[in-house]
Design a protein around this ligand. Structure first.
Ligand code: GAP
Length: 449
């Protein structure tokens, strides 16, 4: 993990937020490459969940909601984690994070002096960030930053129904920020206080929910596999009844084999029953039932919800892709670092080099190739003429660039270039005029996501 965190900073994937002021705990910023990687992940999710389907539409709701939303959703009452406080230094911990508590008891400054760490009673701590609407900061104007995007979908359920031609079964998908005042943060992007979420609420007829729940479990696991996650590192884990929300009719998590904890939650897939729509109907006084034209029945739909944090997905893809291996082309036995990202996710798809920067015809030829390809691959291309070719390859391997194109002396004679494959390091000669089709065929990767 330390190596990945260091790589993320060194190459501009992820920076600590407010670093020049000492950093803000549990808040991270995406650098230039991290922004591209996050956009590619979000785009692949949106393509799979919305664009490639006829039964899902998109939504972009606000971060601030009417405070009643959080009463109806149950977040005000029960979006809590158990908290204990060390009576000596007043540091606070999640009561269910036993390892942190034991660690604190051992390393506490008083431990050596025979003083035993002692703890307050466990109390429930609400994780929602509070804020005030308008110029008055009193209780009446208090509201919250949303801790999940899902409620934005439920409160717009009727609007979507009446403004589009969706028919059950159908889904509403959304990507947007969520905020949680986590008691403890940590493990880099794994548990943070501000993060983007990708959520789908899929509305179905009660009685068909079990079948759709199974469908989305498979669909979501397949998405990761298609995007290159090693199947040894990912699996479904059905949660026990006592570990899930009281209204849930079943929750499965997609678990990833994290380097810091072993298998643990990457994504959640929940059968939320009719809890949310029924509750909003009760609190708002609006009828949120669905009328089925075919059967002439009215019912409150059940909801299946796959939900994932973008940061957690970035972390899983980075961890899975990070590889250190022997570099056969280096005499010194030096190892190379390669991010073996699926080409669809790689922040930079292609790097173009002139073999020698100071040979004008080569430099011009490489620059022309770069300019011609830039549009085709949405700007996810780079030009590099610094240092020697080996260093340039090393630098691109580290950020996961699938192909490096080099214009060399032979290029001037036969209008071909070398194309080097990131994973095999093999080079092949490709005609310049066929580069575009070569990339089109190869950037899709081994399988289609
Ligand atoms: N609407 C359902 C929901 O919010 P959740 O299990 O609380 O469910 C969904 O969160 C996903 O959001 C998690 O599986 C995880 O990927 C991500 N997530 C939750 N809390 C997070 C945090 N503090 N930091 C980073 N990601 C988080």
């Amino acid at each position: 993990m330390e190596k990945i965190v260091a790589l993320c900073k060194r190459r501009g994937f992820v920076f600590q937020n407010s670093e020049i002021y000492g950093g803000l705990n549990g808040v991270w910023d995406l650098g230039p490459l991290g922004t591209l990687l996050a956009n590619n992940i979000k785009q692949e999710w949106w393509k799979a969940m919305v664009l490639s389907r006829d039964d899902v539409v998109g939504l972009d709701s606000s971060i601030l909601f009417h405070p009643r939303v959080w009463e109806a959703s149950g977040h005000l009452k029960s979006f809590t984690d158990p908290l204990v406080e060390c009576k000596i230094c007043h540091e606070r911990f999640r009561a269910d994070h036993k390892k942190d508590i034991q660690e604190h008891a051992k390393t506490h400054p008083s431990a050596g002096s025979g003083q035993v760490a002692s703890w307050t009673e466990v109390r429930q701590f609400n994780l929602m960030f509070k804020t005030f609407m308008g110029p008055l900061d009193n209780q009446e104007h208090k509201t919250y930053l949303r801790p999940e995007t899902a409620q934005g979908i439920f409160i717009n359920f009727e609007n979507v129904l009446s403004s589009s031609r969706v028919k059950i079964p159908f889904g509403i998908a959304q990507i947007g920020k969520g905020f949680r005042n986590e008691i403890t943060t940590g493990n880099f992007l794994f548990r943070v206080r501000e993060f983007e979420m990708m959520e789908l609420e899929f509305f179905v007829k009660p009685g068909t929910d079990r079948q759709w729940y199974e469908y989305w479990k498979k669909e979501r696991l397949d998405w990761y596999l298609r995007l290159g996650i090693d199947k040894k590192n990912i699996r479904l884990e059905e949660l026990a009844k006592e570990d899930i929300a009281h209204y849930s009719k079943g929750t499965t998590e997609i678990w990833y084999n994290w380097p810091f904890m072993g298998f643990g939650e990457l994504e959640g897939i929940a059968n939320r029953g009719d809890y949310d729509l029924s509750s909003h109907a009760k609190y708002s006084g609006k009828d949120l039932k669905y009328f089925d034209e075919e059967s002439k029945e009215r019912f409150v739909p059940y909801v299946i919800e796959p939900s994932i944090g973008v940061g957690r997905a970035i972390l899983a893809f980075l961890v899975d892709a990070y590889t250190e291996e022997k570099n056969p082309s280096a005499n010194s036995g030096q190892r190379r670092i390669v991010l073996k990202l699926h080409p669809k996710l790689s922040p930079i798809k292609v790097a173009v080099f002139p073999l020698l920067a100071n040979k004008l015809p080569l430099a011009k030829m490489a620059k022309d190739i770069y300019d011609n390809l830039k549009k085709q691959i949405n700007g996810q291309i780079t030009f590099d003429d610094r240092g020697n070719i080996g260093k340039r390859y090393f630098s691109q391997d580290e950020i996961g660039t699938p192909f490096c194109i080099t214009a060399d002396f032979q290029s001037l004679e036969d209008k071909t270039v070398t194309v080097r494959d990131r994973d095999t390091m093999k080079q092949e000669r490709v005609k310049i005029k066929e580069l575009s089709i070569f990339l089109q065929n190869n950037l899709e990767g081994k399988s289609d996501a």
